[in-house]
Design a protein around this ligand. Structure first.
Ligand code: ADE
Length: 230
């Protein structure tokens, strides 16, 4: 029997998810809140990690190791890189990388440390389920590469570095770390994002403007995916 983890990074990203479920039980653990719900017999644990790779890794590992979740879905917002991605558009990650992981001084490629890989893949099965849902609902979804780092990107220079180095389609601050944790613990992982900005000099303004509406786009699609896989 599956126990599902649903993660966001910010409160705004999980609020619209929690709104879909009733009778939420709150468990406080490791300086965070975990929201347990029963959705037509399916056990789900929902949490927002706080921003960045360290908090996201802690939350993902906690949901798996303490709460016993065996599938993890992430929902939230991202900065768009691929010019086809407009604000509010959806992207699912087929693979993710850490754009700020840098030991190039020792001749290694960007995003690589010994024992790891530049790219970590997500669950093909979950992506296929998500694409079926998109087809059924007439949703346009891009499947592509997401680059993660502990930086809010708001310059064309850094955005172009990430685009050129990793051929990334979008960027955010948690996905790759969650995927690394899931991969190490053999838990199928799915990362969904809706675009809140395009990581350029207007990104700070756009993010504030569109965080909520894009988070809702992502959450609404994610709930449909839960219905598909349960
Ligand atoms: N999440 C949404 N927009 C972002 C940006 N521009 N940089 C990093 N993470 C983001």
């Amino acid at each position: 029997m599956t126990k599902l983890a649903i993660m966001g990074a910010m409160e705004e990203e999980i609020e619209p998810l929690l709104a879909h479920f009733k009778d939420v039980n709150v468990v406080e653990y490791a300086d965070n809140k975990y929201y347990e719900v029963n959705y037509n017999g399916l056990e789900i644990v929902i949490a927002y990690s706080k921003i960045g790779k360290v908090f996201a890794s802690l939350t993902a590992a906690t949901m798996i190791e303490k709460f016993g979740c065996d599938v993890l879905l992430f929902s939230g917002v991202a900065g768009g890189i691929n010019p086809s991605l407009k604000i509010g558009d959806l992207i699912i990650a087929d693979k993710l990388c850490q754009h700020d992981l840098d030991i190039t001084a020792f001749g290694h490629p960007h995003g690589y440390v010994p024992g790891g890989n530049v790219f970590v893949e997500t669950s093909k099965e979950l992506r296929e389920a998500a694409k079926r849902v998109a087809d059924k609902n007439g949703l346009k979804v891009l499947e592509g590469t997401i680059a993660t780092g502990d930086q809010f990107i708001h310059s064309n220079e850094r955005k172009e570095f990430i685009e050129n180095t990793f051929k990334a389609d979008a960027l955010e601050m948690e996905g790759a770390s969650v995927a690394v944790v899931c991969n190490a613990l053999n838990v199928p992982c799915f990362v969904l994002r809706a675009i809140s900005d395009t990581a350029d000099m207007d990104a700070g303004f756009d993010f504030d403007e569109f965080l909520k509406s894009s988070a809702v786009e992502s959450a609404n699609y994610l709930v449909k995916i839960v219905d598909e896989i349960k």
